[in-house]
Design a protein around this ligand. Structure first.
Ligand code: ZN
Length: 402
């Protein structure tokens, strides 16, 4: 399985024997059990070197014994495999009005989840304290100690400086600007804490869990806001300051007279987000207040609501057609609450993307609804941590300390 690489710590060049433990471990990550001889043949390392590295990996618990291979005479050789339950990961998806926490093993398999209504505007101390309390509960529920925690991944609904884990001028998160999220969590847990924008995390979760072979994927979240996470050549693209994929404020020609909450006119978000569609529809006399009302009307067969959603899809498709020319993705995944009832929005998006893009760019392009749905965020938050803690450099550090 190919997994999008995350900006983890690269293996230091010439790190010597220790780096070999990381290298051997990468081979074992596919879950297949191997003997020392097989590992020596795959890596080109001396059998004695492999034996020493395997001993270190066994001691760390990251690799475990996995039976014996068939013998060609004499004592049958032992086999070893990756042990995904050696550590636990907490993935956290923080939305404007909810928090989901999931505990996973090192393959990303979710072991337990909790979801609660939490208002992000209550501020970082309140929200992050909730995460610590409920994360602790989850660990107890699955019988794991905090010492087995490999890391915590958090997705926040605003721009985040990934290298420091600090939100930067988030519009809907009063009190969070510049707040040191990792430092707060680390007051309670001595573990890695990685933070990113929620749409980046969703892109990662969707890709790793459902489209592992797609190396060029754009995940578009259509909800109260509109944004995209971009995976290009297998790697998540954040851009210079982390705002790559911020499609919500791209200008759409149809919207010249519509003012956006950012102060500009004609932004995609001011036309095609859940609240924007509801506002436009309510002007025609429909009793709708938010995106959920519009979706309910459409489900009930209301033509005006269906048309409004399809038009929102066309506006999104307008912007995505440019993305297709720029990035040549093989897959566009549409997620978020507005897309969850997606047929009308999807129809509008497909109509414009396929009409406006060059045939060569769309020949291999699929536009699909999110399969991860409301789980995309926690799956991606866990994945972010897993890619980091299982990188060759991190494995070397674990082995060195074992
Ligand atoms: Zn705007």
């Amino acid at each position: 399985m190919v997994i999008a690489s995350y900006a983890g710590t690269p293996a230091p060049a010439g790190a010597g024997n220790l780096s070999r433990a990381g290298e051997i471990f990468q081979l074992l990550r596919d879950g297949r059990a191997r003997t020392r001889s097989e590992l020596a043949a795959s890596t080109g390392l001396a059998r004695s070197t492999v034996a020493a590295r395997i001993d270190a990996l066994l001691e760390s618990g990251m690799v475990g014994p996995a039976g014996e291979a068939a013998s060609s005479g004499g004592r049958p050789p032992s086999r070893f495999a990756f042990n995904p339950s050696a550590r636990t990961v907490l993935g956290v998806d923080v939305g404007a009005t909810h928090v989901i926490v999931a505990a996973s093993d090192l393959t990303g398999d979710v072991l337990a989840t909790e979801r609660h209504d939490v208002d992000i505007a209550d501020g970082p101390t309140e929200v992050l304290s909730w995460i610590v309390t409920h994360g602790q509960n989850l660990l107890e529920k699955i019988g794991r100690d905090v010492s087995a925690l490999a890391g915590v991944g958090i997705g926040l609904p605003g721009p985040v400086e990934h290298s420091t884990g600090k939100p930067t001028n988030p519009p809907i998160m009063p009190g969070w600007d510049g707040f040191d999220v990792p430092a707060f969590i680390q007051r309670f847990w001595d573990t890695q804490v990685l933070v990113d924008n929620d749409v980046n995390i969703m892109a990662l979760g969707e890709q790793a869990s459902y489209w592992p072979d797609e190396q060029n994927l754009i995940f578009v979240k259509v909800a109260t806001g509109i944004g995209a996470g971009i995976i290009s050549s297998g790697a998540l693209q954040r851009g210079a300051v982390g705002t790559a994929g911020d499609l919500g404020h791209v200008r759409v020609p149809r919207g010249d007279a519509v003012r956006c909450r950012c102060g500009n006119y004609g932004c995609l978000e001011a036309l095609a987000s859940g609240p924007a569609v509801a506002t436009a529809l309510s002007r025609t006399g429909a009793a709708v207040h938010d995106g959920a009302d519009v979706l309910q009307l459409a489900r009930n067969g209301n033509e005006a609501a269906r048309d409004a959603l399809r038009q929102a899809g066309r506006d999104i498709g307008d912007v995505l057609a440019t993305c297709v020319s720029l990035l040549n993705p093989s897959m566009i995944v549409i997620g978020g609450s507005v897309a969850n009832e997606g047929e009308n929005v999807m129809a509008g998006i497909r109509e414009v993307v396929y009409r406006r893009s060059m045939p060569l760019a769309t020949a291999q392009l699929n536009v699909v609804l999110s399969k991860a749905g409301t789980q995309a965020g926690v799956l991606g938050a866990s994945r972010m941590v897993i890619e980091h803690v299982l990188s060759p450099a991190s494995i070397e550090a674990i082995v060195a300390g074992a």
